[in-house]
Design a protein around this ligand. Sequence first.
Ligand code: CA
Length: 655
Amino acid sequence: MIGISNYAEFDKYHAYDGDDLGATYFADRTVFKTWSPYATGVYLNLYLDGEGPNLIETVPMELMSRGVWVVELMYHAEDIFYTYTYEFDNRKRFETIDIYAHACGINGKRGYLTDMKRTDPAGWDETPRPVCKSPCDAVVYECHVRDFSIDPSCGAAFEDRGHFTAFAKEGTRYHNVTTCLDHLKELGITHVQLLPVYDYATVDESKPFKAQYNWGYDPLNYNCLEGSYSSDAYDPCARIREFKQLIQALHKNGIGVIMDVVYNHTYFTEESSFEKAFPRYYHRLNRDGSFSNGSGCGNETASEHAMYRKFMIDSLKFLATEYKLDGFRFDLMGLHDIETVNLIRDELNKLDPPLLMYGEGWTGGESPMPSDKLAYKWNSYSFGRVGLFNDNIRDAIKGGTFNPYDIGYISGNRNAWSVLRRGLAGSVQHWQLHGANEACWALSPAQAVNYIEAHDNHTLWDKLSICAKHFSREERVRMDKLGAALFILAQGMPFIQLGQDFLRSKPRIPKEGEPVNEVTVVDHNSYNSPDSTNSIKWNEKFENIDVFNYYKALIRLRRNNPLFRLRTKEDVERHMYFFDTGDCNYIAYRLENEYDCLIVVFNPYIEERRFLLPEGKFYVRLNDQGKMNKFPIGGDVTIPPISATVFKKIRKQAE
Ligand code: CA
């Protein structure tokens, strides 16, 4: 139907740069604008409700310059639902929600008109965003809204379970251990990163009690919120107000909120609102005109086209300011072009304080875009102000993600140390480190998002149950804790999955006829698995409280000492020194500045090892239990099996 041979040329004549797409309110009127340069007609449809046959009226829109269609209603449109109908070739008509809609009705079919101010909870304007000066100061905790509180063990009231509101309630417990918000506070993380909370497609919001689940990587409306997380998905304001309550509660406790954004593909491709508004513009196409599939989800969006780039930037600015967000995590960021990624960074830097920004430096399939133009991890220096998930440190610590039997440093791999050392040094160049160049890709430690567990793939504990099954439970717990020490104390920004700190598992019931073994009883891709697999069972925190206390101690140590949060490559080279232990796999290093001297030793062996401390007196700042022991020691010391120890130098009284 529509053929554009050169999009850059097309954009030169047709792209619109006004900041008024969508619905704009004035005192006595409401103005609607939408961009569709090849449409032969566009109509605004007004409805009483979010679904069903309750049309109020259809109003034709007028074509202004640069493909923008406009209509003015001579009143302040409030509590009304709306859609657009785009007409092409004077015959084909597509009705769809406005891609710029800020609120929507049930299941995101129609936009909703309201003054967003009305959705602010009491005290909203007075609750500031917490200050985070550098990504290196952040400790990010990845949570799925439903997983967090759907299990009765969370202790939240029935009406809060699985909803935004569970994040805003204090005082919940399982027996004597904290859960939900109190748990976040006790753990000491600085940011919560929520799996998608924008309006996604695959959970039917009209059936809140039906057994359904999704991570939410199936975007429907980027500027609207998911209805199934609200107390009433039919009330367009409920989800907005309750999400703001979540943010406000976390902000009051000094915790920032990071939104997971999935601009890289649309869920419905041909039937998506973008395709209906302007076919064959917002997605990338193959040479034969078919949709390319760099996301692995049926299509990929075209961030290099002016109006999709603008959409992304407008959307992020809206979300950041309306919801006072503290950062964004970009799904399959490798599909976005570098120029767009840097423009977004510029915009997010203008906000005060600047927002965190990081993403996945890979794609889900092959893209027709030239690979040197895309925000792939191997182009990292071209967007050095944006963080990237560090799959090098991840796989070095726990073993290859895609082979469950593959072992890592913590589970006995003796060849992971060179990649691991790179990761410990913030993935930046360090004068002592050579080789493993693929693991030395960051412009500064702030670019390295260090992790060993996320929503994708096995949890660390499940991975260990497979690749280290011949070890005792106690030994596997030690491996888990050693893994935690490695990535939490590494230079960069640590990222933890909800429940990782108390040995989260994703149990699975093997299908009929399937063999029952260590691989089939756990779930490595639980995106639509039931609550029984995905939910947090808070009794596991009660049972594994020693592991939780260890994570807590690591986070505290990191946050209390700037030597674990070095900002630049130069700082890392100056303050971090690796010792020669006579065994490359036995890693020990010193972090030192004018105020402090710390020695960090990692023993991956199942036997204890000796370590010769440098001259001077030290004490154990963090032992394998996460405890401190102020008794002065020096010289030859013992490092327990499969563990990390941090020593702190005792300064002379005179100093
Ligand atoms: Ca939805």
